[in-house]
Design a protein around this ligand. Structure first.
Ligand code: BG6
Length: 495
């Protein structure tokens, strides 16, 4: 073989079958939280109160309390729970999917609410009404030639599994999840080819309640519970991958991590080493799922955190035999890392993920630092590391949008953000990265995960709904709607 034959041709262009689309999650989108037999999920517990200062809005996201969970279970609770309303996709899905098709979506990323199928999580038989809802949604998508890309778990475990079983720290939850996964694979085998197991599986680091069902308040062995829960998710994910391949032979199953690229705060090697270690706290999760085994650095990491995993003898084999087919991730921002943040005068970073602000970058109104070039770096890093196809499951800009009297939003700031990121994706493809799809986060306005605001909007489609849930729920096209339609129509040539 000649060297020319060994080196594949490369182009600064998207592959012809590139999956352009948008992404959502059931708990932020659907509403109808108690219709047709649905049970309460961990996300149905988050409240919103705009009388509180803004700094308080992410507080529950970062630390759930027992009182909050107890209150949410009361039928007569007077608190306001925005994720129970979503944007009411449950009753608007036909209209919404039609709008996606007008933009030319090739795919739509969504999740199946576990609590619609198994309301408490431990039932033996699924809820038929819940299954029928997703039949209708998939049929509607397929009618327009839109490929569904389905997450099995996007911050949506049944609340009952938290209160009665202790969440993912309990091994029994693996069996419950596998039953749920097999049920939906069997039901939708002719409709869904692309699956993701756990959304942002590495987020257990920042918000263990919504990720593995561990209530942070009063929890003394949080690291132990975090990693035990994560281990059970790894096993559950590998088993789901196995059954998915058996039930749907042409299926593709991916892992999904939140990937915030970390840059050293200075060129001091101490900062560089601190950055390597900090980045590994995310990569650890894709390492296990993409390679099928715990990486070498696990032993030291667990030793230093005092973590001792309880495993079963067959776990190593389950992981090794069932790695994922592709690696997907969310990308919103980068951040910097210092070995000695206490010595810095301005060490404030992102409220959720920490880190230190980068003076070279601008931030969104929520302090998320906008860095398109680091998306290219992330794509190259992940592809070099795994040599598996990549999928960008989330990317986008949360902003305050103003609806004009013409019933549109002139969201040039969103177009600028997306344009710059898609440009860097193109560069990464030219670099040789195998990127097969991109789903812009919150393609229609939905409730924010971290703040529970409706007014932190990402969509191409504006939903007339306020933070307190009031509003007509009418859908309006923003300026970015036409822009994205053109991007898709030209397969990324016109940006
Ligand atoms: C990701 C989550 O972390 O970020 C989504 O997977 C979330 O669920 C998205 O909505 C944007 O975050 P936020 O807090 O702005 O909604």
């Amino acid at each position: 073989m000649t060297s020319e034959e060994l080196i594949k041709e490369t182009y600064r262009a998207f592959p012809q079958d590139f999956l352009w689309g948008g992404a959502t999650a059931a708990n932020q989108l659907e509403g109808a939280y108690d219709e047709d037999g649905k049970g309460l999920s961990v996300s149905d517990v988050y409240t919103f109160d705009n009388q509180l200062p803004k700094s308080e809005w992410t507080k529950q996201w970062l630390g759930m309390t027992h009182e909050q969970v107890n209150e949410a279970q009361k039928k007569d609770s007077t608190a306001f729970y925005p994720k129970r309303l979503g944007n009411d996709f449950y009753h608007h899905y036909q209209e919404d999917i039609k709008l996606f098709s007008e933009m030319g979506f090739k795919c739509f990323r969504m999740s199946i609410a576990w609590t619609r199928i198994f309301p408490n999580g431990d039932e033996l038989e699924p809820n038929e009404a819940g299954l029928e809802f997703y039949d209708r949604v998939f049929d509607e998508l397929l009618k327009y030639g839109i490929e569904p890309i389905v997450s099995l778990s996007h911050y949506e475990m049944p609340l009952y599994l938290v209160t009665e079983y202790g969440g993912w720290t309990n091994r029994k939850v693996v069996d419950f999840f596998v039953r749920f996964a097999k049920t939906v694979f069997e039901r939708y085998q002719s409709k869904v080819k692309y699956w993701m197991t756990f959304n942002e599986i590495n987020s257990v680091k920042h918000h263990p309640y919504v990720s593995v069902g561990v209530i942070e308040e009063g929890c003394e062995d949080l690291d132990q519970k975090r990693f035990q829960g994560a281990h059970h998710q790894f096993v559950a994910s590998a088993l789901a991958t196995k059954y998915c391949h058996e039930i749907i032979p042409e299926s593709q199953v991916g892992c999904m991590i939140s990937y915030q690229l970390l840059l050293p705060n200075t060129c001091n090697p101490e900062d560089v080493q601190a950055t390597v270690e900090a980045q590994r706290t995310s990569l650890f999760f894709s390492d296990v799922q993409a390679r099928g085994y715990y990486p070498a650095y696990t032993a030291r990491m667990f030793k230093e955190k005092g973590v001792v995993l309880k495993t079963e003898p067959r776990d190593a084999q389950i992981l090794r035999e069932n790695p994922v087919d592709y690696v997907s991730f969310s990308y919103y921002m980068s951040s910097t890392i210092s070995a000695h943040p206490e010595q810095l005068t301005h060490a404030e970073g992102n409220l959720i993920t920490g880190g230190i602000s980068n003076p070279y970058l601008k931030s969104s109104e929520w302090g998320w630092q906008i860095d398109p070039i680091s998306l290219r770096i992330a794509l190259n890093q992940l592809y070099d590391r795994y040599q598996k196809p990549l999928f960008i499951a989330e990317n986008g800009l949360g902003a305050i949008d103003e609806l004009t009297t013409e019933k549109t939003v002139n969201d040039d700031y969103r177009i600028d953000y997306l344009q710059a990121h898609i440009q860097q994706m193109k560069e990464a493809i030219y670099d040789g990265v195998d990127l097969f799809g991109y789903t812009m986060w919150g393609c229609i306005d939905i409730v924010s995960a971290s703040t529970s605001q409706m007014s932190k909007r990402y969509g191409f489609i504006y939903v007339d709904q306020n933070d307190d849930g009031s509003g007509s729920k009418q859908r309006y096209k923003k300026k970015s709607f036409d822009w994205y339609r053109d991007v898709i129509a030209t397969n990324g040539d016109n940006l």
